[in-house]
Unconditional design. Structure first.
Length: 132
């Protein structure tokens, strides 16, 4: 094989590799937020108008507290908290202000979780990961 063909083949291979590495950013989705024990996480709705903010906090035994801020809404949206691939957990709710509700429950496991909001016929899912 001539040196010119070898150099051209090596150049094409390097450009192909560089193009592949440059395209990784387009192929990878945004990572899910991670919630650690004794931590909290703020999730914002993008679909519901006016937007709703859900603050999720857990303790060391995976006892969860949800704080839902729903300004400019007469009633909070329906909310469900469920692990990936399972049914929602039971939450005890109480109003703590005109536009704020708090819910408490017990998470069943670490892993991927989903907060589902339903208001005015619009459903939105907010995903996050609970770390061990």
């Amino acid at each position: 094989m001539s040196p010119r063909v070898l150099a051209l083949s090596l150049l094409v291979a390097m450009l192909g590799f560089a193009g592949l590495m440059a395209s990784v950013g387009f192929l990878v989705r945004d990572p899910l937020p991670i919630l650690a024990p004794h931590g909290s996480l703020e999730l914002r709705s993008d679909t519901l108008q006016p937007p709703v903010v859900v603050r999720v906090s857990i303790d060391g035994s995976y006892r969860v507290q949800l704080v839902v801020d729903h300004p400019e809404r007469t009633a909070p949206p329906d909310l469900a908290l469920a692990p990936s691939g399972a049914g929602p957990i039971a939450l005890e709710w109480q109003a703590t202000g005109a536009f704020r509700h708090e819910g408490n429950g017990q998470m069943t496991r670490p892993g991927r979780w989903e907060v589902t909001l339903l208001a005015d016929g619009i459903r939105e899912s907010l995903l996050f990961v609970v770390r061990e």
